[in-house]
Write a protein that binds this ligand. Sequence first.
Ligand code: PLP
Length: 388
Amino acid sequence: MDIKELDREYIANTYGRADVVFVRGEGANVYDDRGRRYIDLGAGIAVNSFGLADPVWREAVVGQLSKLQHMSNLYYTEPCVKLAQALCQRTGMKRVFFGNSGAEANECAIKAARKWAFDRVGDYSRSGIITLKNSFHGRTVTTLSATGQDAFHTKFGPFTPGFYHASAQDAREVRALADRGDCCAVMLELIQGEGGVVPLTREYVDEVVEIARERDMLVIVDEVQTGNGRTGTLYAFEQFGFLPDIVSTAKGLGGGLPLGACLLGERVKDTLGRGDHGSTFGGNPIACAGALSILQRLDQELLADVRRKGEMIREALTGAAGVKSVTGMGLLVGILTEKPASQVAREALERGVVVLTAHEKVRLAPPLNIRDEELCEAVKILKEVIGE
Ligand SMILES: Cc1ncc(COP(=O)(O)O)c(C=O)c1O
């Protein structure tokens, strides 16, 4: 049996996989089991920040692997501390809890917000959390509940109560929910990634932040997909001009190893105490050593380059045949096409370009260091596919 048949027999049938077996890669180039080269405009799903088998990241990872791969969080280890320090120094946040995924980072954010409210009022009367329609926050039962899409609210109930979903266009819905007085936080993706690369407007975000401040609520920003340089700043919130109380992130932080982080700001930095939360693998030394090397390379020059390359993509595709609209920031791009997005993705793959989809859009999230030549070559092919 070949790998595809074995996969169908032995792997839980939760993924609709494309018809290709990838075996190795180098930067933004990925090769299949027949040696065919593809240009990768997906980077996993916005995960491989510096592409495949990046030598700097690999050295950090292998160096740590050769020393100590894991010790329990009951002991001190250096990589997670250094990474937490760097994250706090770069963001203005104060403490970090490490998990292994985006969903876990959000679980921690939700627990921290609820505990913060519990500490203030002494009961669960302010445990509600407002999230947005069309959001995506993860696949655990609680983060599915937080996710503002009805499609995720079937089959696995009962779901965690206490989440209210408000319009992502009109802040009056957030205000009405906040006025109920039973919410401790509002949780936002600044660009709804899985929802179709839909950025919130600055005016909307300003208003929501103001409502939260007026009602003594926390602002949680889910930067699982938008974080770690993806949008052209280290975190997308920097482009919206405010400091959240909690930031969750994952994906590109680990650059391909599982790592999630919940960054806790001044108001919640002491909320979680001993025994309130934990993780066996969270803050794994290998993942953290790799992440620190990534963070150190996400300097102003690289971030400016991410913005420049994002503009290159937008310029090339805006108004092109078969393109209805182009959204996103930096190297997180959504393209609404006349052809169904899944068809574009399939045809692009046949022509040697890996792209993602998000709802009805084609989604691009290439490695942040993709070379201009590779990007131009891939966008040219994609443009042809979209326009045919
Ligand atoms: C904004 C956002 N939050 C949370 C998640 C869940 O992350 P993970 O799959 O690592 O649990 C995702 C994944 O796509 C995401 O895009």
